[in-house]
Design a protein around this ligand. Structure first.
Ligand code: BGC
Length: 761
């Protein structure tokens, strides 16, 4: 395969050489100029491009014992019994699991002081799962993707970096950029949904958010693209299960976000826990070396997932932990996360000739380079500042950013007879449901240092928003996952006595995320029965969904006039939800993932192929179910607004596009309603005939368009043949001449199309 363009070069700030480094340089008798061998060995990568750093790294490396080298390749949990001893002996690269200790800054400082007592004073890295905020919780990544606003992701992740680095955390195990098309998989909540184009934009935005322009800049931290690759396609949607995937699907769907992250300069990549086509990724040289390193040009750190190296034994490909280490090292796993197995085995394996020392050296070089890039050799305490951290405990600006972010992520799924927005001067509102007055479960499954007590509940948000004379009553009704109906009568009473019932329903933190796959996509427990009981009162009902995956909410769709999807909205969730419920913010979110009617339709996604037997209601020998339509409940890209938009027919700058032409696709969009609002215009293409079966549509571009009432804007999307490329039979991305449909609309299910021809070169 032809290697793709290597990752974008990033400027590395040349920092002053510390006294310590000067000693080393002097000892090694080298000058910090001229290219070292390592520099030339990695042309075009983000590493080893700075000869000064490369020189310093080699100087440090030349002084290290084999044990110290093995130590640099180990990250162990903060709770490890011999951690302090290992640090003093210089046998540890860094520590994870420092969250959710409240005194992270003090802890990281103390540990760094110990590292400064070691032989070579190599600073430690501190890392954690900073996924959607640190002290201030932003909406979960799936929600952020629903904003269709990469700028928002960048902003949220840069705030996370500001807060996390003040505590000494210099490395996050995020973004998770696994494409996920199976809502049973609990980790769908951590990613950007089903589409590789949207997912790639979000991946690049996250890298830029965490890492900024350069890791040398203040308030930036190293990011990790995880989990390489295909983890979202675990069989049966069950976490950690096997992945079997044709190369076409790998390259068309699951690889593009990683390509985008590498191009954006990602510092680290984490292999998935799973076996991919029979070979666990942690030992999969084809994926980690041939594709990630050679083809994508990644030259950062590959860090194993938690205990994934010794788990190679359980996968049945290694007979001992030593053999597991050999497999992982040879496949290209630089750092062993948590198990300590590299530290235990690598020195012996090198002495026995089972792993060449040069392989260990290359891995250590990457770790040291990162420590130099992060500025830790210049100032090991750069990231642990107990005084600074005080400034970042929920500053008003971060809260405000979280509130603004959250409301951008909400998706209005239904709004019959404009039941929403609600009036602030209603006489009474009943707020009902397990998620209504719950702080913890607005945060989502992994929420770093975000404190439950700082979360604004939906009930509180509603109380904050309404007029002083509006009566707000509350009844939990039921729990998240309960059988008992003992709370129903109180909820029904509250609804009866109110003008409207706002039901806040969904999943709790423990139902999504790692290890939390579900076999059902229904509202858990008896929440639906509660809704039925409340709807029976005849009072208008609005459902607010708080959850981390697509839910099959058919009954709600058929019987409840207003439905707002709010995901896990974070610290300011309640205020943000109230902003939308009462019309202070007009929702503009769009689904980043298809909502099925039933779990039986899974896997369902918009960008599928045609079959040879397209659905025909009058012919049973066409692709269909006997008990359900093929179509989803809500398609990818779907989401309503409090205003209405009308989109003109699609205009093309040419009907016949030459090989090197740019085709301009234009539509006019007008806000025909009475409120200002934002429409996310989506452009899809479909090639009518190609050498491989083309998807029915594929997202190629989108634009968020803000319009005042009555305002019209003409939006133009330029398309070149690169945007029309398909993965051909030779597994090459190439455009093929032919006829195309280009579709523009407000969702993958609502588009207006035009046709054009791409002519032969
Ligand atoms: C997860 C990773 C995470 C790591 C460290 C693993 O179980 O799969 O995504 O970064 O733990 O917490």
């Amino acid at each position: 395969m032809k290697p793709n363009k290597p990752g974008k070069r990033r400027k590395t700030g040349v920092r002053a050489i510390t006294a310590f480094a000067v000693v080393i340089l002097a000892m090694s008798g080298c000058q910090p100029s001229g290219k070292k061998k390592s520099t030339a060995a990695h042309p075009g990568s983000r590493y080893f491009t700075d000869p000064v750093i490369a020189h310093k790294v080699d100087s440090v490396l030349s002084l290290m014992t084999l044990e110290e080298k093995a130590g640099q390749l180990c990250i162990m949990g903060a709770g490890h019994p011999h951690l302090e001893q290992l640090v003093k002996e210089g046998k540890l690269g860094g520590t994870n699991g420092v969250l959710p200790d409240r005194n992270v800054a003090r802890y990281t400082r103390q540990m760094q002081k110990l590292a400064m007592q070691s032989h070579l004073k190599i600073p430690l890295l501190f890392m954690g799962d900073v996924i959607h905020g640190f002290q201030t919780a932003f909406p979960v990544p799936l929600a952020l993707a629903a904003s269709w606003d990469p700028g928002l992701v960048r902003k949220a992740d840069s705030i996370s970096a500001v807060e996390a680095t003040a505590s000494g955390v210099s490395w996050t195990f995020n973004p998770m950029i696994d494409i996920a098309r199976d809502p049973r998989w609990g980790r769908i909540v951590e990613g950007a949904g089903e589409d590789p184009y949207l997912g790639s934009l979000m991946a690049a935005a996250a890298v830029r958010g965490y890492q900024g322009e350069s890791l040398a800049s203040p308030h930036t931290m190293m990011a990790t693209a995880k989990h390489f690759v295909g983890y979202g396609a675990v069989q049966a949607g069950r976490d950690y299960n096997t992945v079997n995937m044709p190369e076409r699907e790998l390259r068309e769907v699951y690889l593009p976000p990683f390509k985008a992250a590498v191009k954006a300069g990602i510092g680290a990549v984490m292999p998935a826990f799973v076996a991919f086509n029979g070979v666990p990724v942690t030992a999969n040289r084809f994926l980690l070396h041939d594709i990630l390193r050679k083809e994508l040009g990644f030259n950062g750190i590959v860090v194993s997932d938690y205990d994934a190296v010794p788990e190679l034994e359980e996968h049945g490909v290694a007979a001992s932990s030593a053999q597991a280490d050999v497999l992982a090292m040879k496949a290209g796993v630089d750092i062993d996360l948590h198990s300590g197995s590299y530290l235990q085995n690598l020195p012996k394996l090198v002495k026995e000739g089972k792993i060449p020392e040069s392989v260990v050296d290359d891995a250590v070089r990457k770790v040291l380079t990162m420590k130099f890039e992060l500025g830790l050799f210049d100032n090991p305490f750069r990231y642990s500042d107990s005084t600074l951290v005080v400034n970042y405990i929920l500053p008003a600006g971060h809260r405000e950013a979280a509130r603004k972010a959250a409301r951008e992520t909400f998706v209005l799924l239904k709004n019959e007879k404009n039941i929403l927005p609600l009036g602030k001067k209603l006489h009474s509102i009943a707020v009902i449901g397990p998620a209504a007055d719950n702080q913890l479960n607005l945060l989502g499954p992994v929420h770093a240092l975000a404190r439950t007590e700082d979360v604004v509940t939906v009930l509180q948000g509603i109380k904050n928003a309404v007029s002083p004379w509006t009566k707000v009553s509350y009844a939990e009704g039921t729990g998240y996952d309960m059988d008992s109906e003992s709370g129903f009568p109180e909820a029904v009473r509250a609804a009866r006595n109110a003008d409207v019932a706002v039901m806040v329903l969904g999943e709790n933190n423990g139902m999504c995320g790692e290890g939390d796959s579900r076999a059902s996509l229904q509202l858990p427990g008896n929440q639906l029965d509660l809704v039925k009981a409340v709807v029976k009162t005849g009072k208008p009902v609005v459902a607010v969904l708080v959850n981390g995956r697509p839910l099959a909410v058919n009954w709600l769709n058929n019987h409840v006039p207003g439905i707002l999807e709010t995901w896990f909205p974070g610290t300011e969730g309640g205020n943000a939800i109230a902003d939308v419920l009462f019309g202070d913010y007009n929702p503009s979110g769009k689904l980043p993932v298809t909502f099925p009617r039933s779990v039986g339709q899974v896997t369902i996604f918009y960008s599928h192929l045609n079959t040879g037997r397209t659905f025909d209601p009058d012919n049973k020998y066409t692709t269909r179910y006997v008990d359900m339509p093929n179509t989803p409940l809500y398609p990818f890209g779907y989401g309503l607004s409090y205003t209405a938009f009308s989109i003109s027919p699609v205009k093309l700058s040419m009907q016949n596009m030459s090989w090197n032409d740019t085709l301009n696709v234009s539509v006019s969009v007008v806000n025909t309603g009475k409120r200002a609002g934002t429409e996310v215009l989506q452009l899809y293409t479909h090639q009518q005939v190609a050498s491989v079966s083309p998807p029915v549509k594929k997202l190629r571009a989108f634009r968020r368009v803000r319009l005042a009432p009555g305002e019209v804007k003409e939006i133009t999307f330029p398309l070149t043949r690169k945007d029309l490329a398909i993965l051909n039979q030779d597994i090459q991305w190439k455009a093929e001449p032919g006829t195309f449909d280009v579709m523009v609309g407000s969702s993958s299910g609502m588009t207006i199309s035009a046709g054009f021809t791409l002519n032969k070169p």
